[in-house]
Ligand binder design. Structure first.
Ligand code: F6R
Length: 613
């Protein structure tokens, strides 16, 4: 959630850092700041509010120098204001630090330092780290040693970048635990550091991802990585191919709208290179799945949060139906504490767009501890979830900037479909003809998605029906039950309308009491195995005066006769139908929020990457 950018080299650090922070705006933040080393001093500008405000502060009182750090903060300890915004200075003013994470033993350290006479300037947990570094600098006189000592005292997961006015040739970055990713960008006679790649992609494609419990000493011409005990470790450079232009809004008003429209491309890219239509075969090389291993798998767990969890719910149906392997789907934050029973020959699949979600990473660790094989489906290349896993599938969607996840929902649906076919094939449980059919069904998918996208205006036209609405109910069944959950989540997070999703068959067990003319019902009713059931549940709601908006397949006259409005989608093979049914619901949430004039790409209280528990 917090963003970090640092620079050391011959160029003016200020614009590089400010633009880098701007590229991280999508992570969500409530204050921003920058520190630059200039003529023997550390100068800081920081305040609550958006980065545009930080630009104003810097143009009112310019900063120039060749070494600096910047930060966007999402408040955890202390309200968002100038005092609590990062960077934070030590009491002598010689060390400055930015931080991503939560210091779990903050109170103990704070009281200890205060008893030693430290006068705290902020209410943040972060300040204890810089004050600890100051404490150890007095005895060691080496910034690296002081950082190592300070970090060995703090609990929790962290990413930090720090520099000292006494050693103005270097930045020190560190990573503790799984949260707080740190990536070093290698330049020519200059180096960069950031919490996320997009911040530095404009300057370099050469990246070194810092592993947990490591410290990086970064000068313009060198990079050295050490353990917390000072042992030097080898590092490996990776070449990154993401195009920063892909991270621009282009012709669309919001990233969310752009990303919804990118789903034809992401579907095509997801299928490309992995599907051999001639032989009806799937290849997912990064998962490193052998027939021998596939045949031993007894059970699969899927762990994820939010939208990724909803993708996992669809994945359960896909894997159970196609590969006949039992699947349990868990919300990662629950899985990590519920002491799951993991027997031999279990695989745990983590799904995560960012690959940095703290709960998902902890669930992976729990599964690993209990002997499970780990796979992940991730969008962010080089992320933790990718690196922790024994094998991975990368979502082929490119960076997702809008906080509300859209293309990173549909991509894993197809990844899980591919995985299910591959598993079934390697276990010899899928009749050849059915395999060909399932593979062939993928051919039309990008086009079907395209047809749904072309109907955006039809969705936009009904957004006004929600002008005075404050509650909404989404109903679905079977493979489209998760579509109802995901549709409701999209509406909640960007339009702030309370939305609930229910398996339609459960209505009679209680929620039907809610129904009246003021509660719009969104019924997901494509022509699939559950269509008849949905029809009867729509009838029951209609009889109680509910306003019905249905998602239905072209030409379904029965649904049309029962609904106030229908959002039409093309007939899609049923196992792939969650890919098309969700698209009108993504648009619906988008246009309702747009009509309400809300901040669609950065909804209140939300962050793109939830790296704390
Ligand atoms: C909803 C949304 C969140 C994320 C969740 C998991 O639109 O974006 O619910 O899906 O925080 O994030 P990742 O996939 O990065 O692990």
């Amino acid at each position: 959630m917090c963003g970090i950018v640092g620079y050391v080299g011959p160029r003016d650090a200020t614009p590089i850092i400010l633009q880098g922070l701007q590229r991280l705006e999508y992570r969500g933040y409530d204050s921003a700041g920058i520190a630059i080393y200039s003529q023997g001093e550390i100068e800081i500008r920081r305040d609550a509010g958006k980065i545009s405000h930080l630009f104003d502060l810097v143009s009112a009182a310019p900063l120039h120098g060749h070494l600096g750090i910047g930060h966007t903060r999402w408040a955890t300890h202390g309200e968002p204001n100038a005092r609590n915004a990062h960077p934070h200075l030590s009491s002598s003013g010689r060390v400055v630090l930015v931080h991503n994470g939560i210091v779990e033993n903050y109170h103990t350290l704070h009281d200890e330092l205060e008893a030693e006479g430290v006068h705290f300037q902020s209410e943040t947990d972060t300040e204890v780290i810089v004050q600890l570094i100051e404490r150890y600098l007095s005895s060691s006189n080496s910034l690296v040693t002081a950082v190592q000592k300070a970090l060995s005292e703090i609990q929790g997961a962290h990413g930090i970048v720090v520099f000292s006015r006494d050693e103005p040739d270097k930045l020190i970055a560190a990573r503790i635990g799984n949260a707080g990713g740190v990536v070093i960008g290698l330049g020519d006679g200059e180096n960069f550091v950031a919490s996320d790649l997009p911040a530095i992609l404009e300057y370099t494609r050469r990246a070194v991802f810092l592993d947990p419990q490591k410290i990086a000493i970064i000068t313009p011409a060198s990079l050295q990585i050490q353990t917390l005990n000072g042992e030097i470790v080898n590092w490996k450079e990776q070449h990154v191919t993401w195009d920063p232009i892909a991270a621009e809004k282009g012709e669309y008003q919001h990233f969310m709208q752009k990303e919804i429209h990118e789903q034809v491309r992401s579907m095509t890219d997801t299928i490309a290179g992995r599907v051999n239509f001639s032989f009806g075969k799937i290849s997912l090389p990064e998962i490193q799945l052998t027939p021998e291993f596939a045949q031993t798998i007894h059970k699969i767990f899927i762990v994820a949060c939010g939208t990724a969890y909803h993708a996992g719910l669809v994945g359960k149906i896909l894997i159970e139906r196609i590969a006949h392997i039992p699947v349990e789907v868990d919300i990662a934050s629950e899985f990590r504490y519920r002491d799951p029973i993991i027997e031999p020959n279990t695989v745990t699949i983590a799904i995560s767009q960012s690959g940095e979600t703290a709960d998902t990473l902890a669930a992976m660790e729990e599964a690993r501890k209990k002997g499970s094989t780990l796979w992940s489906i991730v969008n962010a290349i080089g992320s933790q979830a990718m690196r922790l896993a024994d094998g991975f599938i990368s979502m082929q969607c490119g960076p997702e900037i809008g906080v509300a996840s859209t293309k990173a929902y549909t991509a894993p649906l197809v990844d899980l479909y591919l995985l299910a076919i591959l598993l079934a094939d390697l276990r010899n449980t899928l009749p050849t003809q059915m395999r060909y059919q399932l593979v062939n069904d993928l051919r039309r998918l990008p086009n079907l998605v395209g047809i749904c996208l072309d109907r955006e205006t039809e969705v936009q036209e009904i957004a006004h029906l929600f002008t005075d609405v404050s509650n909404c109910l989404y109903l679905g069944r079977g493979i489209n039950m998760p579509t109802a959950y995901e549709g409701a989540l999209k509406l909640k997070e960007i339009s702030y309308i309370h939305a609930e999703a229910y398996p339609a068959g459960e209505m009679k067990h209680g929620p039907i009491a809610l129904i009246d003319k003021n509660l719009p019902i969104i019924a997901i009713a494509p022509k699939d195995l559950w269509n008849e059931k949905m029809v009867s549940q729509i009838e029951q709601a209609k009889a109680r005066g509910a306003k019905i908006i249905s998602i239905a397949n072209d030409g379904d006259e029965r649904i049309k006769s029962l609904s106030d409005r229908v959002l039409w989608i093309p007939q899609t093979p049923w196992l792939l139908s969650p890919v098309t049914t969700i698209i009108p619901l993504q648009f619906l949430a988008y246009h309702i929020a747009h009509q309400r004039g809300l901040d669609i790409d950065q909804p209140r209280n939300l962050a793109k990457s939830v790296t704390v528990e």
